[in-house]
Design a protein around this ligand. Structure first.
Ligand SMILES: [Zn+2]
Length: 325
């Protein structure tokens, strides 16, 4: 970002909009949040502009004085045109929404638009665990699995702007795990929080997991990843089998990333990192043990640092991506 000027980051989520103002060093100067309206594009644009203005006011700056506004948006985006393409969980009239053209005149500031996983990768690279690491992979594991790739300190977007869709790398295509995308055996179809809960329900419904069923009072709908890892830690064999499978395929996914990109660091965030010791640490060990020696030795795999602010801070970092600073 331009030397000395704060930048605004806007994290557009399916349930909430968060705007932050940060200093060039990544210090939080102001923030404002709103629930995401679902009544159409004009309400959405109004809420986004309102959050930006409120965050700027909280930081004591004028929007036009900042380096600009970075927007991290769900689903695929066209970062060159500044367009939101197909955001999941937002009304249909928000598809193909030219955010830059619509917000730039109103807010009188430079606007950059990027997919939220790429934004999070950039945030960890600039301000979080990946500071100073030129070749970095970011992975977020929660209800799905997403990612972002930095090579030579820059986001790798790909020809279709979809590079880093690592959740849909196939890890078990001969299995029975159907992904939300319709394919079989995507990484997120085996290892996301949604997938862990699904495997637990399947085990219960097949009569293979009486311990798990008892744990949730006989209601399979209450099976969560935390219940599965908790039961596994206490020695429940069905839960242990699910955890072992998830760990192995997490390890396969990490190993594939090591072989493809030879990153200096893989930063892992998202809700499932709460189960770091059960699901992540043993997967890292698996990948380090099975991968080619050189990429394994060159890579550290660590926990993300920015937490809930990663989207906003990463969006603000869009104002400096690739720029000399
Ligand atoms: Zn998929």
């Amino acid at each position: 970002m331009a030397v000395g000027r704060p930048a605004i980051g806007l994290d557009l989520g399916g349930t909430k909009i968060l705007a932050v103002v940060i200093s060039p060093e990544g210090r939080l100067l102001g923030r404002a949040g709103h629930p995401t309206p679902h009544s159409g594009r004009s309400a959405l644009l109004g809420a986004m502009a309102g959050a930006v203005r409120e965050a700027a006011a909280a930081a004591g700056v004028n929007v036009w004085e900042t380096a600009g506004i970075g927007i991290g948006a769900p689903g695929p985006t066209d970062p060159e045109a500044g367009v939101l393409l197909e955001p999941p969980n937002l009304p249909l009239d928000c598809h193909n929404l030219p955010l830059r053209d619509l917000l730039q005149p109103e807010l009188a500031a430079r606007i950059e638009v990027e997919n939220d996983a790429n934004v999070a990768a950039l945030g960890e690279h600039r301000f979080g665990a990946g500071r100073g690491v030129a070749d970095m992979v970011y992975i977020t594991v929660s209800t799905g699995i997403g990612g972002g790739l930095l090579t030579g300190g820059r986001l790798l977007r790909g020809a279709g702007f979809t590079a880093g869709e690592i959740g849909h790398m196939a890890v078990a295509p001969d299995g029975h795990d159907i992904c939300g995308c319709g394919r079989i055996g995507c990484w997120e179809a085996v290892c996301s929080g949604t997938a862990i809960a699904r495997q637990a329900r399947e085990a219960v419904l097949a009569g293979r997991a009486p311990g798990l069923l008892a744990r949730v009072g006989g209601d399979p709908a209450k099976l969560t990843p935390a219940e599965v890892t908790g039961a596994a830690a206490q020695g429940d064999p069905a839960a242990r089998a699910i955890v072992d499978r998830v760990v192995t395929y997490n390890g396969v996914g990490l190993m594939n990333l090591l072989h493809l990109l030879s990153p200096g660091m893989i930063v892992i965030g998202g809700g499932l990192t709460h189960a770091w010791d059960a699901l992540v640490a043993p997967a890292i060990a698996w990948a380090q043990a099975h991968a080619l020696r050189r990429p394994a030795a060159a890579c550290r795999m660590v926990r993300a640092e920015l937490g809930d602010l990663v989207g906003g801070m990463g969006a603000a970092a869009l104002l400096s991506d690739g720029a000399p600073d």
